[in-house]
Structures are given as structure tokens and as C-alpha cells.
Ligand binder design. Structure first.
Ligand code: GDP
Length: 201
């Protein structure tokens, strides 16, 4: 059974105070624009149009919240990886992201989507830095794995893993929304993140 089946749009929040009550459990999806985040959300939830909601004009600077059948939540953090975004807007948005990651008690983990051919860019490292600082678990999806040969994809996975902490705080896998590679593995890892009790230490 897919625990993410039936996710439905709840709201989009420009500020953290507009989010649903901070109870229960949620995970947040992040990635540079074009990394394949919408496709990953659609593949994981089995809901083709789900992440189109996040791409509606005006939502590019909002946290988009989806609710699962059991009241858990997936939050889509729109990527701001555009050089085009004017600096003041970018600074404001970075503040919102930082406030969200630091302050959200129900947040159990971050899912970082990176194109397997272009992983660990500045934006990704910034988010990984937040996770390390906050003790937030991170699961990385190396997306579009179908674009590489099996050997090249596996080499890319190993090289990313080598750069990341190997204490269990960050996990990484190959993923393809196109051919389904890693979709089941991702569902299991993300369900486990949502099930995690928060460590209060
Ligand atoms: P987002 O901006 O991160 O939400 O990225 P999208 O999900 O919209 O994907 C960006 C582009 O990459 C689109 O043209 C997708 O069709 C393509 N894409 C996304 N995932 C995959 C994948 O697993 N395999 C391939 N080959 N293309 C993908």
C-alpha cells in the first residue's frame, strides 16, 4: 500500500504563521528549480496533477501544504535556485525558509531532490547545512537517474554519498519519476521519517 496515495492540497503559505497548526508530523520537499521535485511528488503520491498546484503563478514563493489521509503532511518548498530572483525577494524568502526549518516542531525531515547529473550545488549545500545544524534528518533523491547508464548512476550515487555525513543523518538514493526507479524505496524511507518520534535531546 502506498502511504502517500490520496494526498490533497490544503493551503499555500507565504509566511510560517499561515501554516496549519504545528501538530502531527510533516516532511518538506526541497530542490533547485527543474531538479524534478514536482515529478517526484507526483510519482510518490501517485497523483499526477498534485504538484502542478505548486507551480501555479504566485505560488513560487509559498510553502505549499498537502495532507495525507491520516492527517500527516507533505510540504513543498518552492526552489529559489534562480539567479533571476531579485536579491531582496531572495533574502525575504530565505528568512521564511529558515524560520520554517528552525521553528516547525512537527517537521520530521527534509527530502532534497537533486538532478543526478548536477548534485550538491550551493543551494543544496545550504539546505544540508541547515539540516546538520538543526539535527534534522535528510533523505536525498538523485533524480532523473534514467538519464544515466546504470554504471554512471551508481558512480554518481557513491560520489555523493562520499561527500555527505555517514552517521545516518543523511541518506541518499537514486530516483526516476520517469521509469519508477527508487519510487518504492523512497516511499519507505519517507514513511519511516514521518513515523520517527522526535528526539528531544
Ligand atoms: P521541478 O522544477 O523541480 O518541479 O521539476 P519538474 O518535476 O517540473 O521537472 C523538470 C523537468 O525534468 C521536466 O521537463 C520533467 O519532465 C523532467 N524530469 C523530471 N523528472 C524526471 C525523470 O525522472 N526522468 C527524466 N528523464 N526527466 C525528468
Amino acid at each position: 500500500m502506498n502511504p502517500f496515495q490520496g494526498a490533497r492540497f490544503v493551503l499555500a503559505a507565504a509566511e510560517t504563521r499561515q501554516l496549519p497548526p504545528d501538530a502531527g508530523a510533516e516532511i518538506v520537499f526541497a530542490g533547485r528549480s527543474n531538479a524534478g521535485k514536482s515529478s517526484a511528488l507526483n510519482a510518490l503520491t501517485g497523483t499526477r496533477a498534485l504538484a502542478r498546484t505548486s507551480k501555479t503563478p504566485g505560488r513560487t514563493q509559498q510553502l505549499v501544504v498537502f495532507e495525507l489521509a491520516d492527517g500527516r503532511r507533505l510540504v513543498d518548498l518552492p526552489g529559489y535556485g534562480y539567479a533571476k530572483v531579485p536579491l531582496p525577494l531572495r533574502a525575504r524568502w530565505e528568512k521564511v525558509i529558515s524560520a520554517y526549518l528552525r521553528g516547525r516542531l512537527s517537521l520530521r525531515g527534509l527530502v532534497l531532490i537533486m538532478d543526478v547529473r548536477h548534485p550538491l550545488k550551493d543551494y543544496d549545500r545550504q539546505l544540508l547545512g541547515f539540516c546538520a545544524e538543526l539535527g534534522l534528518a535528510c533523505h536525498c533523491l538523485l533524480s532523473k537517474a534514467d538519464k544515466l547508464s546504470r554504471g554512471a548512476a551508481s558512480a554518481a550515487l557513491q560520489s555523493v554519498r562520499k561527500e555527505l555525513p555517514n552517521d545516518g543523518s543523511v541518506t541518499t538514493q537514486l530516483f526516476s519519476a520517469q521509469n519508477g526507479l527508487g519510487v518504492e524505496e523512497a516511499r519507505e524511507s519517507l514513511a519511516a521519517l514521518l513515523d520517527r518520534a522526535i528526539s528531544l535531546g
